[in-house]
Design a binder for this molecule. Structure first.
Ligand code: GN1
Ligand code: MG
Length: 552
C-alpha cells in the first residue's frame, strides 16, 4: 500500500468510529442492525466492495443498503459479486474483521494484510467500480454517503449511485454490466415486460377470454416494490393489477409484506372481507420475496397461503412440461435440479419427488441455494418464504439457441416450447430471487394453464406448520449439521427434540440460530395445526431451558 492510499484510508476512517460494545457479523444476508449504529460498518464495507472490484480485475461490484423485511429503524448492507450473486463466502471473515476493527490504524493494517494475501493491487494504477442501491428506509441516504466515502477512499475506485431500487434490480444491473449487456433500470423493465408479453403471446389460443384468471392485488410492504411495480404495470396491458401498500401512508413492513404474511399466515393491512377469493400477492420490503394468498371468507383475517414452495412447484411443473415437449429419446437431456431448505413444507418435497425431479437441500440463505442451483442445466431454487429464482446454464441456453434456429421441420409445438423457455430465461432474474420477475412468471404460467389461484394451491396440501422465535443469551451456542436439520451443540438438545417430535404423527422439527436476527428459530410440522403448534411450543421451551437467559 503506498503512502497516499494509507493516509486516505486513515483520514476517512477517523470520521467513522465503530459502535462501542457491539460485535457485528456478516450474517445470512449481510450486516443488519439498528440503522443508528451502521455508519462505520457501511463505510468499511464500501472499502471492501472497492477491494473486491480491484481483485476481480475491475469488474463492477454491487453494494445494497437494505434490511429487507426487518423493521424500518433497522438497516443493513450486502455485496453483490461480479456474477450478480452474493459475494463469495471466502470474503465474509474479512468483512467481519474490518467491521469490528477498533480504530483506523488497525483497520488499515487489516486491509494491508488482506490486500497482500489476495494480491490486490493498491497502487492506484487500476480502477474499481461499485454500483450502489438502497431501499426506501429513511436512514438509507446517509448510509449511502458513508458507503461512498468508503469506496472513494480506495485510490482509483468510483461509486455510481443508482438511487432507490429493489435489491434484485441492483444484482441484475451488476450482472448485466459485467456481461456487457444493457444494464439501466429502463433496460430491466424493458426486458421483464417484453419477455412477459412473449410468454402471453405463446399461450395456446382457446376460445373466449384471453385472461381467464381475473385481477391480482399486490401488497408491496410499504416498500420500494410499489413504485417499481407501478412502472411495470404501465408497460404491461395484459395484466390486471391493483397495487396496495406502496408506502404513501403505512410503515415499511409493519403488518404488511411477504415475511409477515408467510410467518403469521394472516392478511396484510389494507386487505379484508372485500378481497375474499381474489388472487393476492405480497412482496417484502426490498422486493426480493414473493408469496401469494387468498383471504378466507369469515376467516378473521386468515388466509390461504401460497408460499415459495408452491411457487417453486408451479415453476418446476411448467419447466418440466416444456422440456417434455422438446424431449427426444436420443438427444441431450438437460439436468434439472430443485433446491430447497429445511423450511420447505414436507408436502412440497413429496410433490416434487413425485414429479420425478431431483430435490436437494442446503442450509438457509440464498448464498447456499443459489450456489447449488448453479450446478444444474436448469436449477430452480426457493425458500419457503418466497425468495427464489430459476437459473439456466450457458450450456443449456446455447442448446436452446441452436434449437431456436433449427429448420422448420420441427413441429410448431416444439418451436413454441423453445421460445417459452427462452422467454423464461429472460424474464426470471438470473442474478438473485426477484419478486417482480417472479410475479410476472407466476402470472404468465397461471394464464398459460388457465388456472385460478385455488387450482394452483391444490397442487398439494401443505402439512400444518408453525415457526417460533426464541430469545436466548447467545444464539451462537447453537451449532447445527445436516443442512441445519440436526443440532450438534449444545449436547443433548437434539435427543430431547427427537423425543418430543417422535410422539406426533408426521412430526418434524428443527432449530437453528437466525443469521439476521438475534434469535433461535424453531420450525415444526405435524399432521394437524394443533399438534404442529404443540411441537413448536414444547421445543421452544426446551431451547429456552438449554440456552435461555434463565438457563444455568
Ligand atoms: C426462516 C427464514 O425465513 N429465514 C430467512 C432469514 O434468515 P435467518 O437466518 O433465518 O434469519 O432471512 C434471510 C435473508 O432474507 C432468508 O434468506 C432466510 O430464509
Ligand atoms: Mg428481502
Amino acid at each position: 500500500m503506498n503512502e497516499q492510499q494509507r493516509s486516505m484510508l486513515l483520514q476517512s476512517a477517523s470520521s467513522f468510529p465503530p459502535p462501542k460494545g457491539t460485535k457485528l457479523s456478516y450474517g445470512t444476508a449481510g450486516f443488519r442492525a439498528d440503522a443508528s449504529i451502521l455508519q462505520s460498518t457501511v463505510f468499511r464495507i464500501g472499502i471492501l466492495a472497492a477491494l473486491r472490484s480491484l481483485k476481480t480485475g475491475g469488474a463492477v461490484i454491487g453494494l445494497m443498503i437494505t434490511a429487507s423485511h426487518n423493521k424500518v429503524s433497522d438497516n443493513g448492507v450486502k455485496i453483490a459479486d461480479p456474477s450478480g450473486g452474493m459475494i463469495t463466502q471466502d470474503w465474509e471473515p474479512f468483512a467481519d474483521c474490518i467491521a469490528n476493527a477498533p480504530d483506523p490504524e488497525s483497520l488499515v493494517q487489516l486491509i494491508n494484510e488482506f490486500a497482500k494475501k489476495e494480491n490486490i493491487p493498491l497502487d492506484g494504477a487500476k480502477t474499481a467500480t461499485v454500483l450502489l442501491g438502497r431501499d426506501t428506509r429513511p436512514s438509507g441516504e446517509s448510509l449511502v454517503k458513508a458507503a461512498k466515502q468508503g469506496i472513494c477512499s480506495v485510490v482509483g475506485a468510483v461509486a455510481t449511485d443508482m438511487g432507490i431500487i429493489t435489491t434484485p434490480q441492483l444484482h441484475w444491473m451488476v450482472r448485466a454490466r459485467n456481461k456487457g449487456l444493457k444494464a439501466s433500470e429502463l433496460d430491466y423493465f424493458e426486458q421483464l415486460s417484453s419477455s412477459f408479453r412473449c410468454l402471453i403471446d405463446l399461450i395456446p389460443k382457446k376460445s373466449g377470454d384471453n385472461n381467464p384468471i381475473g385481477k391480482l392485488i399486490v401488497d408491496c410492504a410499504n416498500g420500494v416494490g410499489g413504485e417499481k411495480l407501478q412502472v411495470l404495470k404501465e408497460k404491461l396491458n395484459g395484466l390486471h393489477l391493483e397495487i396496495r401498500n406502496s408506502g404513501e401512508s403505512g410503515i415499511l413492513n409493519e403488518g404488511v409484506g411477504a415475511d409477515y404474511v408467510q410467518k403469521e399466515k394472516v392478511a396484510p393491512q389494507g386487505f379484508g372481507p372485500a378481497d375474499v377469493g381474489i388472487r393476492c400477492a405480497s412482496l417484502d420490503g426490498d422486493a426480493d420475496r414473493l408469496v401469494y394468498f387468498t383471504v378466507i371468507s369469515n376467516g378473521n383475517n386468515k388466509i390461504n397461503l401460497v408460499d415459495g414452495d408452491k411457487i417453486l412447484s408451479l415453476f418446476a411443473l411448467f419447466i418440466k412440461d416444456q422440456l417434455s415437449i422438446l424431449s427426444d429419446k436420443n438427444e441431450y437431456q438437460p439436468r434439472v435440479g430443485v433446491v430447497q431448505t429445511a423450511y420447505a413444507n414436507g408436502a412440497s418435497t413429496k410433490y416434487l419427488n413425485q414429479l420425478g425431479l431431483e430435490v436437494i437441500f442446503t442450509p438457509t440463505g440464498v448464498k447456499y441455494l443459489h450456489g447449488k442451483a448453479e450446478e444444474y442445466d436448469i436449477g430452480i431454487y426457493f425458500e419457503a418464504n418466497g425468495h427464489g429464482t430459476i437459473l439456466f446454464s450457458e450450456h443449456f441456453l446455447n442448446w436452446l439457441e441452436g434449437r431456436k434456429n433449427e429448420p422448420s421441420s420441427t413441429t410448431k409445438e416444439k418451436q413454441n416450447a423453445v421460445k417459452r423457455l427462452w422467454a423464461v430465461s429472460k424474464l426470471i432474474n438470473q442474478a438473485v430471487g426477484d419478486a417482480l420477475s417472479g410475479l410476472l412468471l407466476v402470472e404468465a404460467i397461471l394464464q398459460h394453464m388457465g388456472w385460478s389461484v385455488d387450482k394452483w394451491n391444490e397442487l398439494y396440501h401443505d402439512l400444518p406448520s408453525r415457526q417460533l422465535k426464541v430469545k436466548v443469551a447467545d444464539r451462537s451456542a447453537v451449532v447445527t449439521t445436516y443442512a441445519e436439520t440436526s443440532v450438534e451443540k449444545p449436547p443433548g438438545i437434539q435427543e430431547a427434540i427427537n423425543a418430543i417430535t417422535e410422539k406426533y404423527p408426521e412430526g418434524r422439527c428443527f432449530v437453528r440460530p437466525s443469521g439476521t436476527e438475534d434469535v433461535v428459530r424453531v420450525y415444526a410440522e405435524a399432521k394437524t395445526q394443533e399438534t404442529a403448534d404443540e411441537v413448536a411450543a414444547s421445543v421452544a421451551k426446551l431451547v429456552d431451558q438449554f440456552l435461555g437467559f434463565t438457563a444455568s
